[in-house]
Design a protein around this ligand. Structure first.
Ligand code: HEC
Length: 129
């Protein structure tokens, strides 16, 4: 009986570690995509390509929304708040680009960059379970 309990406990913790590893792998894949999109977004802003800027910021919103579920589930209120703020900045860039406010869109882009970095500074990956 004791042995069975031990085995069950071991299996459960191994499973838990695998789930955590999967979550981080998925998160990092989304982050790599976010990085590429943010680089392309910068190019679109520099060339004043409003349609492309709006499309890319929409993609960034979509990806960050997927993370939102992760941070909610983990119960990281501080991380969730930064993620929400980053989503709002990406939305702002999109609407500014659509309105032809390129200078404002560029300012929002710089704020977005800072918002990405402020989450990385918290190192939430160390707390993911
Ligand atoms: C709310 C938190 C949060 C926000 C916002 C965020 N990130 Fe991340 N990012 C993370 C975490 C957590 C990792 C994983 C770090 C690790 O495991 O080493 C990460 C990792 C990365 C990585 C490295 C991926 C890898 O392969 O290891 C890149 C690139 C990245 N983020 C880009 C971005 C960009 C660009 C933005 C903004 C558009 C952004 N991130 C916004 C939390 C965030």
């Amino acid at each position: 009986m004791r042995r069975l309990l031990m085995l069950t406990l071991m299996a459960t913790s191994t499973l838990g570690a695998a789930v955590t590893a999967d979550r981080l792998t998925e998160l990092r894949a989304r982050m790599d995509a976010l990085q590429d999109m943010r680089d392309d977004l910068r190019d679109a802003l520099d060339t004043k390509d409003g349609a492309k800027t709006a499309a890319l910021s929409g993609e960034i919103v979509r990806l960050l929304q997927q993370d939102q579920a992760v941070w909610k589930e983990q119960g990281f209120d501080d991380v969730l708040k930064i993620n929400q703020g980053t989503i709002e900045l990406a939305e702002k860039i999109g609407s500014q680009a659509k309105n032809g406010e390129t200078q404002h869109a560029l300012e929002s882009y710089l704020a977005l960059q800072k918002s990405c970095a402020s989450c990385h500074d918290l190192h939430p990956e160390k707390r993911v379970h």
